[in-house]
Design a protein around this ligand. Structure first.
Ligand code: NAD
Ligand code: ZN
Length: 350
């Protein structure tokens, strides 16, 4: 390998910020794969860790390399690993599971009771090299742009949520036009939804949604109430499918109020407070509300790559690209909130 240290973005000690540091290259153990990282993308979770909010303080043990959205090349196989060749293009599932709990044994691996998050509960991918269990490695299907593969994790959240309920020919409301909300809108259009609306407080993000899905209806709910939006769209009876992707209390409340009878809601957004909704609406409308966590292993990955190979185009969601050394610029773009996906290049030849 030549050298035995690598560059990485490390949370060295509790408190805000990150350090671009030289750290030892990790060992590759039995059953693991070492990946040479080409590109990574910044997720909202990374921003929480960067800012060191109360959740990060409770969750992250320092020093730790952060990051979980990546694409790279297989560099070295640990003992016993078969099926991969050096140089193969791969990404990976950021949830490491136990393989022994009830859900793991039943094949519902995204619901593992003992999930460990790459870059959250252990070292992550914001580094020149990453080591993960072989079962977390996902081969990148041919014809998919490298930059898009760098945020499979987030696209997987969007795909998992959007595909939870059959939305072909249905009217869809998405609350929150963050990168995941916009990608979900693109997936809904690809899958044949009828009318799609997306709400956000951020004009830039609504513009991004409009660029990505030209026939989408956009609204800032402070200016255009849900009822008015529905009238404009001629969605008389209410929305059939709701994708909650903002984590905002008012968004979820409005969504529940404006669903059609029998409507189905997939809830991805993480609510910081205790959101109260009108439960009578849930009862009398016969709504289904489903929580969504991570990605299904590995059906979401399969469908995501299949759709990317057959015309799904999420490249418009990328708004910023930087060298990993310039990570501060990347985090500043995320902090500002006008960004879509922010991609960092690790100078490894990608
Ligand atoms: P993001 O924070 O970039 O986007 C959320 C968007 O919601 C922002 O653009 C914000 O302006 C908008 N918003 C805020 N209040 C709103 C309101 N009242 N109505 C409409 N929009 C409003 O987040 P993201 O990275 O796109 O992720 C979307 C959500 O999914 C976040 O809540 C995130 O924490 C969550 N998430 C969950 C999982 C999971 O496994 N369940 C995984 C990843 C992300
Ligand atoms: Zn498990």
């Amino acid at each position: 390998m030549g050298k035995n240290t690598m560059s990485a973005l490390v949370k060295e000690k509790p408190g805000p910020g990150l350090t671009y540091a030289e750290v030892p290259i990790p060992e590759v153990g039995a059953g693991q794969v070492m990946i040479k990282v080409l590109k990574t993308a910044i997720c909202g979770t990374d921003l929480h860790i960067y800012n060191w909010d109360a959740w990060s303080e409770r969750t992250v043990k320092t020093p730790q390399i952060i990051g979980h959205e990546f694409v790279g090349e297989v560099f070295k196989l640990g003992e016993g690993v078969i099926g991969y060749k050096e140089g193969e293009l791969v990404s990976g599932e950021g949830h490491i599971i136990c393989n022994t709990c009830r859900n793991c044994l039943a094949g519902r691996r995204h619901l593992c009771a003992n999930t460990i998050g790459v870059g959250v509960n252990r070292d992550g991918c914001f580094a020149e090299y990453l080591v993960i269990p072989a079962e977390n490695v996902v081969r990148v299907a041919s014809g998919i742009p490298l930059e898009v593969a760098s945020f499979f994790d987030a696209l997987g959240n969007a795909v998992h949520t959007a595909l939870k309920f059959d939305l072909t020919g249905e009217d869809v409301i998405i609350t929150g036009a963050g990168p995941i909300g916009v990608m979900a809108a693109i997936v809904c259009r690809h899958c044949g939804a009828k009318k799609i609306a997306i709400t956000d407080y951020n004009e830039h993000r609504l513009e991004l949604a409009k660029e990505a899905v030209p026939d989408i209806w956009t609204a800032d709910p402070r200016k255009v109430a849900f009822g008015e939006l529905r009238k404009k769209m001629n969605v008389c009876e209410g929305f059939d499918i709701g994708l909650e992707m903002s984590g905002a209390q008012s968004a979820f409340k409005d969504m529940v109020e404006h669903m059609n009878n029998g409507g189905r809601i997939a809830l991805l957004g993480i609510h910081s407070g205790k959101t109260a909704i009108n439960w009578d609406k849930v009862v009398f409308k016969g709504l289904t509300i489903m929580g969504i966590y991570g990605r299904e292993m590995f059906d979401t990955w399969y469908k995501m790559m299949s759709m990317l190979q057959t015309g799904l185009d999420v490249s418009k969601v990328i708004t910023h690209r930087f060298d990993a050394k310039d990570f501060e610029k990347g985090f500043a773009a995320m902090q500002n909130g006008d960004s879509g996906k922010v991609v960092l290049d690790w100078g490894n030849g990608g």
